[in-house]
Design a protein around this ligand. Structure first.
Ligand code: B12
Ligand code: SF4
Ligand code: SF4
Length: 295
């Protein structure tokens, strides 16, 4: 028996801001592959836009502020009152979530690479539940909006990662989540993990309402703590935060490069002993030592 589209959608809409149901076959056809693992995908979106407090420290981008969104989205999914609602994935899924969201009618994929909805802009997380049942109806892609001739995100991108089209290796969000240095423009502001610049300038994000659930913000990182904790200690201490999976040295590297960008040598010197105890950050510091001495 087919599941009732309207009933299931209404149940999910009690917990999520955006809900769409698509056939797994349609999704596969877009990507050009075929397996019979599932019959349908329930795609969900949750607004995470909030007022980013202007703390003085080094901060993560909005997606990584406050409680871990993978946990929050999973809790919301579990609270949907329905039996056999499928296997739920957020982010770390085998699915291309933006493509699924596009097919589910959430919006269009913008030049900044993000899925944009006319009401929620692009500041919403995506999740997917995969089911072995068919539904009696499916959603359709949404066709009325596009970037048109706007290229504000391209002009705002500090690393030219959108010129002419997206290049992951140049993107600050990528560089700041990995143990790589990248160009100095990656460290031209105090957001030292992830990046929101191509979203904040987007006209579709100009008048958004705040999230009803992602309300914490104002997290900032402490270099001394990052340099003192092992990966496991960091993971345990920040287990409820989005960035818990990172090696603290990656975040420390970003702060050190930010201090170098600002030529804040005094602050850097303050941490010299701790930096020199960390093998991988040692060379980064020593490479710049001359400049620091002269600074
Ligand atoms: C890997 C990844 C990253 C990487 C690489 C990002 C990239 N753009 O390639 C890094 C670490 C850099 C990253 C950064 C960010 N990410 Co990210 N990321 C992912 C992840 C895990 C996989 C994306 C991916 O590589 N897909 C595979 C490739 C092949 O697909 P693709 O490049 O998107 O292109 C396909 C589609 O877009 C489609 N397509 C493109 N245009 C069109 C047009 C039409 C009409 C159609 C039909 C299809 C289509 O075709 C392409 C080929 O299949 C997804 C979660 C997931 N499982 O999907 C989150 C995800 C995309 N990220 C997300 C977020 C929030 C971010 C950041 C904003 C975080 C931040 N503040 O720093 C930045 C944004 C950077 C940017 N401008 O893109 C959200 C996006 C939500 C949204 N509203 O769009 C996701 C969905 C996570 C989630 N569960 O919410 N991310
Ligand atoms: S996330 Fe930042 S670096 Fe990446 S494309 Fe957007 S503005 Fe450029
Ligand atoms: S800033 Fe303009 S070009 Fe970039 S995603 Fe938004 S509407 Fe599209």
């Amino acid at each position: 028996m087919k599941l009732d589209y309207s009933i299931v959608k209404a149940k999910f809409l009690k917990k999520f801001d955006l809900v769409g149901i698509i056939s797994y076959q349609t999704y596969q056809e877009k990507l050009g592959f075929a397996d019979a693992k599932y019959k349908s995908l329930i795609v969900v979106g949750k607004n995470y836009y909030r007022n980013q407090k202007h703390t003085t420290g080094f901060q993560p981008a909005l997606f990584a502020q406050g409680k871990d969104y993978h946990q929050v989205m999973t809790e919301l999914f579990k609270s949907v009152e329905m039996e056999n609602k499928g296997v739920f994935y957020v982010d770390n899924s085998p699915f291309n979530e933006k493509l699924a969201g596009y097919l589910a009618g959430f919006g269009f994929i913008g030049h900044n690479q993000l899925l944009i909805n006319p009401e929620y802009g692009s500041f919403f997380f995506l999740g997917i539940s995969a089911l072995s049942e068919e539904f009696n109806n499916y959603d359709q892609p949404f066709k009325n909006f596009s970037c048109s001739s706007c290229r504000k995100c391209e002009s705002a991108c500090p690393t030219k990662a959108l010129t002419p089209t997206y290049q992951k290796e140049k993107c600050k969000s990528f560089i700041t989540q990995k143990n790589i240095i990248g160009s100095s423009e990656n460290f031209s502001d105090d957001i030292i993990l992830g990046c929101d610049l191509c979203q904040t300038v987007c006209p579709y994000n100009a008048r958004l309402k705040f999230s009803d659930i992602f309300i914490d913000s104002g997290d900032s990182f402490n270099l001394k703590e990052l340099l003192s904790l092992s990966k496991n200690e960091f993971k345990e201490m920040y287990k409820d935060y989005t960035y818990h999976y990172l090696n603290p040295e990656v975040i420390a590297k970003n702060i050190i490069l930010r201090l170098l960008y600002k030529k804040d040598y005094l602050k850097l010197r303050k941490y010299k002993d701790l930096i020199l105890n960390k093998e991988s950050l040692r060379s980064l510091y020593l490479d710049h030592e001359k400049e620091i001495e002269n600074g």
